[in-house]
Design a protein around this ligand. Structure first.
Ligand SMILES: [Zn+2]
Length: 449
């Protein structure tokens, strides 16, 4: 059996995947800041890691998958002010929107989806511990993390401290000892705040994920197997998460750090609200069904950037339609033969599995799907209908489509339809071509051929 390899952003290399505990996998993916409607750029991490979640589960692992909602943040406060609503009302509205989007896109719900607003005491306790250990300091109601205390700082982004200090990537703040220090707690006069030993305020963004991981994976000392997120999170978010885990537990928070590429738009610019080129998922769904958007995202390696443009979307649509066409024809043939389409997951899909074991190589996984659909189409066109062969094809195809997270539409077939189909087969067998053609046209009209 082939091993699983994942590209680890710590080493920038493919590494053999060995979980901390055999048969168990802990996976954490940074979730969205919930202050506006989910857009296409938000779609890639949930889809990519949905496939990883499904795939590792298929291989027999018990996967604990955690993805948070950032519901305390400046962006939320500002938007709430604009709209004159309570910040938590705004964020809970968009959390519901994200949940609906996940459902529409057939993305499995993670095992846990913690929210910042429900864990403020845990975050405060964590920050207190960092101060106690000498890694954080208080200044005028704010608390900062002292990055100079961490030898391995910037292990993910591989940036140099000198360059960061010289560059404009960090804000200058008089309260910090070093310009690279980041806020763990911010004093605020805004109404949206919580009492703490230091001030009325709220947590900085980088602490929530390490706190959730610490709580949920306490038994393994806050160390998990895989930490994922968008490429743009490497710095500062992930480097800062790792710095806190190094301070607290002297480990890297995760053994494997996986980062997905951007979804770009038009002339390859990043899709973002500030550039005004945001396409919401509900707008995209007006033109392309969920399975097409999923195909668009999975057609490239998860690490490569992908461009949301008409050519790529039409390619995705064509590719999905090819798969769907075969799935539809195969299901029909089985239904006409009185099969119930219940299937056992198949393990006779080695090429497909090997592709995904190779750092989740979804483009090669599609090659395996198309090899199989070709074989199925040939079989169907020859008019062969051995139930066991068809069932075996169905189990293989359906297993692959399930791992990639497709929600397939299965046709409904009535008794009348079955009679029609059987008359067609009889006419064909009797070489009564005029009649078989007429019956086939009828089947076609009903979408049953
Ligand atoms: Zn995070």
């Amino acid at each position: 059996m082939k091993d699983i390899y994942l590209y680890n952003s710590i080493s920038n290399n493919l590494e053999k995947f060995v979980p901390l505990k055999e048969g168990k996998v802990s996976l954490y993916v940074c979730g969205p800041t919930v202050y506006n409607e989910p857009h296409i750029g938000n779609l890639r991490p949930p889809i990519v890691f949905d496939v990883l979640f499904r795939f590792l589960t298929y291989l027999g692992n018990d996967v604990t998958y955690v993805s948070n909602y950032t519901d305390v943040d400046d962006k939320i406060i500002n938007r709430a002010k604009e709209l004159n609503v309570e910040p938590l009302k705004l964020s809970s509205f968009y959390i519901e929107e994200f949940k609906k989007m996940r459902e529409k896109m057939n993305i499995l719900p993670p095992t846990y989806t913690p929210k910042v607003s429900e864990h403020i005491p845990d975050i405060i306790a964590y920050i207190e511990k960092l101060i106690e250990l000498g890694y954080a300091y208080v200044n005028d109601g704010d608390v900062y993390f002292s990055v100079d205390k961490i030898k391995d700082y910037l292990l993910l982004s591989k940036m140099r401290k000198e360059d960061l200090i010289a560059g404009a990537r960090i804000e200058v703040n008089e309260k910090k000892r070093s310009p690279l220090d980041f806020a763990l707690w911010k004093k605020t006069d805004e109404n949206f705040n919580w009492a703490s030993p230091w001030s009325k305020g709220r947590p900085g963004w980088h602490t929530e994920c390490v706190v959730f991981i610490d709580e949920i994976f306490k038994a393994q000392d806050g160390l998990i197997d895989i930490h994922g997120g968008g490429f743009d999170l490497k710095f500062p978010h992930h480097d800062n998460e790792m710095a806190q885990a190094l301070a607290m537990h002297a480990h890297h928070l995760a053994h494997y750090w996986m980062h997905n590429g951007f979804i770009t738009f038009g002339n390859d610019e990043k899709m973002s609200k500030s550039l005004g080129n945001v396409i919401t998922i509900s707008d995209a769904l007006k033109f392309y069904e969920p399975n097409v958007l999923r195909t668009f995202i999975l057609s490239s390696s998860y690490r490569a950037p992908i461009s949301y443009n008409e050519i790529n979307l039409i390619n995705a649509k064509n590719n999905f339609e090819k798969i769907d066409h075969t799935y539809h024809a195969l299901s029909l043939r089985l239904l006409f033969l009185d099969d119930d389409l219940n299937y056992e997951k198949s393990d006779a899909i080695e090429d497909f599995i090997d592709a995904l074991k190779d750092d989740l190589n979804t483009p090669n996984a599609y090659k395996a799907i198309f090899d199989l659909t070709k074989e199925i189409n040939t079989y169907l066109h020859r008019g062969l209908d051995d139930v066991n062969t068809l069932k075996n094809y169905y189990a293989r195809l359906k297993t692959m489509l399930d791992i990639l997270g497709y929600a397939m539409h299965t046709p409904n077939v009535s008794n009348e339809d079955k009679l029609l189909y059987n008359s067609y087969i009889t006419a064909k067998k009797n070489k009564d071509f005029a009649r078989s053609d007429a019956l086939r046209n009828e089947l076609l009209k009903k979408g049953l051929y």
